[in-house]
Design a protein around this ligand. Structure first.
Ligand code: PAF
Length: 303
């Protein structure tokens, strides 16, 4: 099956899905080649195509990306892609156990008013003989890339393919994966993709913990302790007027209170993830492990 239309309650007029799109209803395409002419025709008709790339297991953070897209100026058609991209998983990472709750994801899309969803199979995205990859460059080997070799090459490769398939005017990414957002922005600039990239602030739980599909792997005790990451970032950002060293020291002191959360890195960088400035806009980033689950978070810091 390459296409199915899932009614949100009310019936769409007969024949309205003939072209792979039914206004006000969710149409799911599994074959990218069937979606491309649909988004192209909608763009031609003056609609703004907003792509939200995801790996599924949609949570409030993804819903916020969709809502943000729908609030953009113009007549927006939000397009959600759901694809667990094998290229961005290293050996021993969680490709097999990555959650794939497709029906719940489609329900979430329907509730958020999404009209088009792309759910390609691996063979659609990487048919036999597919060898070409995007190289993320030096930043792709730092921070997350230092422990996840090739991860960002995989991310940028699939994102560039999605950009070609969907042809969006705008693509939305969460600031939670700030390095990913930065690298996507850079790729768009370096490779002249004709679209704009929008970063959407991280959605957090009441205790500050950033929403992530990986939080589901934490047991209740780990989940409780893991909130130290957000507390550390807030502690650092709150002393930003005292300069970079004070920011890092305050964050480190907070992290030291939870030795079971194994720190990987705590870094202060500029907003493009270059070396930290002495003053101005910066980003405080943290990565740590709770058991076998790797967690990341970051906040803006005004030095
Ligand atoms: O952030 C994610 O979920 C993924 O890295 C993305 C951007 C969908 C690419 O697979």
């Amino acid at each position: 099956m390459s296409r199915s239309t899932i009614p949100p309650g009310s019936a769409a007029p007969a024949g309205s899905t003939r072209n792979g799109y039914a206004p006000g209803r969710l149409t799911v395409h599994s074959d990218p080649a069937k979606l491309t002419p649909v988004t192209r025709a909608l763009r031609g008709a003056g609609r703004k195509i907003a792509l939200i790339p995801t790996m599924g297991a949609l949570h409030e953070g993804h819903r916020e990306l969709i809502r943000h897209a729908r609030r953009l100026p113009g007549t927006v058609v939000p397009v959600v892609s759901i694809f667990v991209n094998p290229l961005q998983f290293g050996a021993g990472e969680d490709l097999e156990r990555y959650p794939r709750p497709l029906e719940a994801d489609l329900e979430a899309c329907r509730e958020e008013g999404v009209e088009l969803v792309l759910t390609p199979q691996v063979e659609h995205m990487y048919p036999p003989g597919s060898e070409t990859r995007i190289a993320a460059g030096a930043l792709g080997d730092e921070l997350e890339g230092a422990v996840r070799k090739g991860h960002f090459d995989g991310v940028l490769t699939v994102v560039s393919k999605l950009f070609h398939i969907v042809g969006p005017d705008v693509a939305l990414f969460g600031e939670k994966d700030y390095q990913q957002l930065t690298l996507v922005r850079r790729m768009v600039r370096d490779l002249d993709f004709p679209l704009s990239v929008v970063g959407v602030p991280t959605v957090r739980e009441d205790d500050g913990m950033a929403l992530s599909s990986r939080n589901a792997y934490l047991d209740p005790e780990q989940r409780g302790r893991a909130a130290v990451l957000a507390r550390a970032l807030v502690a650092g950002a709150s002393v930003s007027a005292r300069g970079p060293d004070a920011v890092l020291a305050a964050a480190r002191a907070e992290l030291a209170a939870e030795p079971d959360i194994e720190l990987d890195y705590l870094e202060l960088r500029d907003a493009d993830l270059g070396p930290a400035p002495a003053s101005g806009e910066a980003r405080l980033l943290v990565a740590a492990r709770a058991g076998s689950t790797r967690l990341i978070d970051n906040v803006p810091v005004a030095l």
